[in-house]
Design a protein around this ligand. Structure first.
Ligand code: G1P
Length: 873
């Protein structure tokens, strides 16, 4: 399957799309209504898990379940057309609308679906044009299955809950309001209105309706319903037999003779509202084709503007357009969470902790103003034991776990620091470290090892023993996350894997598992934080921290031997015990002493990892399993290698250049898939691995077991670029674009979560790889960085990055628009070096591959536009 871009705004077309696997997201700016739509009009429309307007559609339903489709029948004197069936289809899609054009029986039918950016309803507009030479009689009937309840009722009292259905027939459509919400844990009164309204042209109401499946199908079925085939008469008012039945919005529009070249327009408006009067308001906003046209234009405009803060023009229409969709992905994940698209049939629309911070990473350069609030507010999810609430609801509230399971992901403490650090540099906001916020407290203590049975607070705020809400600085939160983990080691003196790390699939080694992969990153954070603290010294000599934290700052306070894992464990236990109840007292500590302590820890960990975990095979071991056995390396004649272990070794700086050279060779040897040209997450372990994780129960090549998993692939590229391995970084990052564009990927533009062994892309739109992709492109490839507010331009470009002579990047710094134009010379190989740089036409002194423009210089510029020309050679 191949798509082609038809303009510079990301709009693309697809001829004869293959329905399976393909779906397109629709939503409004606040994510109040969420839809998916496939080439055969399948997909669902919902507000959240409790409110589905149409039946919930998972990936297989998209292809196989006819009751998950938006349907429209047109009966002509010769033929009965069912518009969900392919008919020389062409799809045209843009930000954020989806149009299918069909040709059949002398008609051209254009079906457009979108959700207005500011109105939570899905609009479906059909334009039916007679392209034959003769007048044509048409009889149109629309059909939208109505579900009107919670997703779980699909297999929990499906029939019983249909008995609650009550429909009301109105002039323009139908309103379904079930009497109750059926839930054996506690039935509730239903307050939601599920509606579909429809009209023809300007603004002719339907002739009548078939409001239940029973009435619509008659003796027939969904493929040939009696309502359409036998032309049974439609209802104009409610009949008692409509109560308690599976409902549908099936409207009969009037019979009509279409003269040649004339068009009839039909429009459906679908949504879920809590206030009945809102339905009327929505209808008034959309009750003519002109209003719909205007609304569609405003909607596409809205999405374009929302993406304008950072823009890349690589002078390659395909790549530049593709990037627009990648840029949209973090926003989609913010609105959909990790749920509500056909592959994402889990969760409740919240985002996980890791995902939240990654999305904030993208925000820190696309919308820095919003990023600050988000960052401060997210830190409220941290517990004193260094773990955190894992789910963040759309409203910004925290939940311990989506499924009420007590568990802890050991990598969670790593991500906040990375995002915070990027934000501080970008905005020269070192004082953010001193801003105070609350902590999360629930029944889980000691990283889910102990339960506080007496805990009964509803607000989940950490309180002191005298019931005051405790607040601590952002710095204190970050310290807790990273210090606790330094001590939280297993028998190999490596940080414990607990219930999993980045790879959610490594979830069966909670007792003895250890993660070297993320020990690298904790070593990194401890060292990197010192750089921020050095800067903070310009503001203050000392900071105030939770008194009990001194237990973990052992260098100036009863030092322990870091090489003895038991000593670390004992020290951590002491801290856990002391922080079950806190007085709220703080101690003052000089930044000098703090930096010394963190450096000692980081140096020790760094050295330990280099010495103990480097394998003779030329790469790092990244894990110990639940028997305490090493996972990677050569054993029983085969080599096991995992990509994350190498990525974080490189990214953290623990791997030296010689290590990286060897690791790269090993990656190419063991993880590079010559058939697809992608990089796999791991070698084939060829059996389940009950002492390690569920991932190895998945078929090899899918999901977290050996797929080309883009989040990790893009982090590999980032790490390689960061460490100056530019050719290798390019090869890796380019593999994603190449695979995503390949016809066998069967994708619309964007990055999917992973590519399987056949090169097919799965799980579109909501992957965290998009944030990392943009971050890598911006910070590493074109190399636009901010270091405490100074603008640093350090491009890592090679000839293959250029399609034309120049690459243009636009971004914003506070209220100024910055355009950076990289002009490449005629280089055939190697990395471009900077020849000279001009800032608003003035020459700037520069190094060979790095140009620094001071914050003060940027601030002195009074124009709102800053133009930087970087001439490369
Ligand atoms: C998903 C999860 C992410 C997790 C990854 C690997 O990745 O969202 O938190 O680390 O799987 O298990 P995504 O493609 O969404 O980034």
């Amino acid at each position: 399957m191949k798509y082609s871009f038809i303009d510079q705004k990301g709009t693309f077309t697809v001829q004869h799309p293959q329905p399976y696997n393909l779906y397109f997201p629709l939503t409004d700016r606040n994510g109040k209504l969420l839809s998916s739509i496939s080439p055969d009009l399948a997909g669902d429309i919902k507000k959240d898990n409790e409110h589905f307007l149409t039946p919930p559609a998972s990936i297989e339903d998209i292809r196989s379940n006819l009751l998950c489709r938006r349907e429209f029948f047109i009966k002509t004197n010769k033929k009965l057309l069912r518009l969900s069936e392919p008919a020389e289809d062409t799809i045209t899609a843009g930000l954020l609308y989806h149009t299918i054009t069909k040709k059949a029986a002398g008609l051209v039918i254009e079906i457009t679906n979108f959700i207005p950016h500011d109105i939570p309803c899905e609009v479906m507009q059909l334009k039916v044009t007679n392209t034959s030479k003769k007048p044509m009689l048409i009889r149109p009937t629309s059909f939208i299955p109505l579900y009107g309840r919670a997703e779980k009722n699909l297999r929990d009292h499906r029939h019983v809950s249909s008995l609650l259905n009550r429909v009301e027939l109105e002039k323009y459509g139908i309103v379904l309001k079930p009497t109750m919400i059926f839930d054996e844990q506690g039935h509730k009164e239903n307050t939601s209105f599920y509606f579909v309204l429809g009209y023809e042209d300007k603004t002719i109401a339907p002739k009548g309706q078939f409001p239940t499946l029973e009435y619509f199908y008659g003796e027939g079925d969904i493929l040939s319903p009696d309502a359409v085939v036998k032309n049974i008469s439609c209802a104009r008012k409610k009949l008692p037999c409509f109560d308690g039945k599976e409902a549908c919005a099936a409207f009969r529009f009037r019979d009509r003779t279409l003269p040649p070249h004339s068009t009839a327009t039909y429009c459906l408006i679908m949504g879920i509202e809590e206030q009945r009067k809102n339905i009327e308001t929505i209808f008034q906003q959309l009750n003519t084709p002109e209003k719909i046209e205007k609304c569609l234009t405003e909607t596409t405009q809205y999405w374009h503007t929302s993406l304008a803060a950072v823009d890349f023009d690589f002078k390659d229409k395909n790549f530049t357009n593709w990037l627009r969709w990648v840029k949209l992905q973090p926003t989609l994940r913010k609105l959909f969470g990790c749920s509500f698209l056909p592959h994402f049939d889990y969760g409740k629309g919240g985002r996980g902790w890791r995902d939240l911070w990654q999305d904030a990473l993208a925000l820190s350069f696309t919308e820095p103003e919003k990023a600050k609030d988000l960052i401060v507010s997210n830190f409220r999810g941290v517990r004193l034991d260094g773990s955190n609430a894992t789910i963040i609801t759309k409203e910004g509230g925290f939940i311990a776990d989506r499924n009420k399971i007590s568990r802890v992901w050991m990598d969670h403490g790593v991500w906040p620091y990375l995002t915070l650090c990027s934000y501080i540099h970008r905005n020269a906001d070192i004082n953010l470290l001193l801003e105070e916020t609350t902590y999360f407290r629930d029944h889980q203590l000691k990283r889910a090892k102990e339960i506080d049975t007496g805990f009964s607070q509803k607000d989940f705020l950490l309180r002191t023993q005298d019931n005051r809400t405790y607040t601590g600085s952002i710095l204190e939160h970050v310290l807790i996350q990273n210090l606790v983990q330094f001590f939280n080691v297993g028998e190999h003196n490596i940080i414990r894997l607990e219930n999993a790390d980045w790879n959610d699939g490594l979830d069966m080694a909670a007792q003895k598992g250890e993660s070297v992969a993320f020990s690298f990153m904790y070593a990194h954070n401890l060292a990197d934080l010192c750089l921020l603290l050095e800067k903070l010294k310009q503001e203050t000599k000392s900071v105030f921290l939770l008194k009990e934290l001194a237990i973990l700052l052992d260098c100036s306070n009863e030092p322990i031997h870091y090489s003895r894992y038991e000593e670390k464990q004992a020290r951590l236990e002491r801290y856990f015990e002391k922080t079950k109840i806190i007085s709220g007292e703080k101690i003052e500590i000089t930044l000098e002493a703090l930096i010394h302590d963190l450096r000692e820890k980081s140096n020790h960990l760094n050295q330990w990892l280099q010495e103990k975990e480097w394998l003779a095979e030329g790469f790092f071991n990244g894990y110990y399993d639940n028997k305490g056995n090493r996972v990677e390396g050569r054993a029983r004649g085969t080599v096991t290698m995992l990509l994350p272990s190498q990525v974080f070794a490189i990214m953290s700086g623990v791997a030296g250049n010689e290590h990286i050279r060897q690791i790269w060779r090993a990656i190419k040897r063991y993880l590079y898939d010559t058939r697809t040209g992608g990089f796999r997450l791991n070698t084939d372990i060829k059996s389940t691995y009950m002492d390690f994780g569920r991932a190895f129960g998945f078929s090899y090549g899918d999901k977290e077991n050996g797929a080309c998993f883009n989040h990790m692939v893009v982090m590999l590229a980032y790490a390689l670029y960061k460490r100056g391995f530019i050719k290798e970084g390019f090869e890796v990052i380019n593999s994603i674009y190449r695979m995503a564009r390949a016809p066998k990927a069967c994708l619309y533009p964007g990055i999917p979560e992973y590519f399987n062994t056949e090169g097919r892309g799965l799980y579109s739109y909501l992957t965290g790889s998009a944030s990392w992709y943009m971050y890598t492109l911006f910070e590493e490839i074109v190399g636009i960085k901010f270091v405490f507010g100074d603008l640093v331009i350090e491009p890592k470009l090679i000839a293959a990055n250029f399609s034309g002579r120049a690459i243009e990047v636009r971004c914003r710094l506070k209220n100024k628009a910055i355009t950076v134009i990289f002009e490449g010379g005629k280089k055939k190989s190697g990395v471009y070096l900077i020849k000279n740089v001009r800032l608003n036409d003035q020459s700037v002194t520069t190094g060979t591959n790095r140009c620094l423009i001071r914050k003060e210089v940027l601030e002195r510029i009074t124009n709102e536009e800053i133009l930087v020309h970087v001439y490369l050679d």
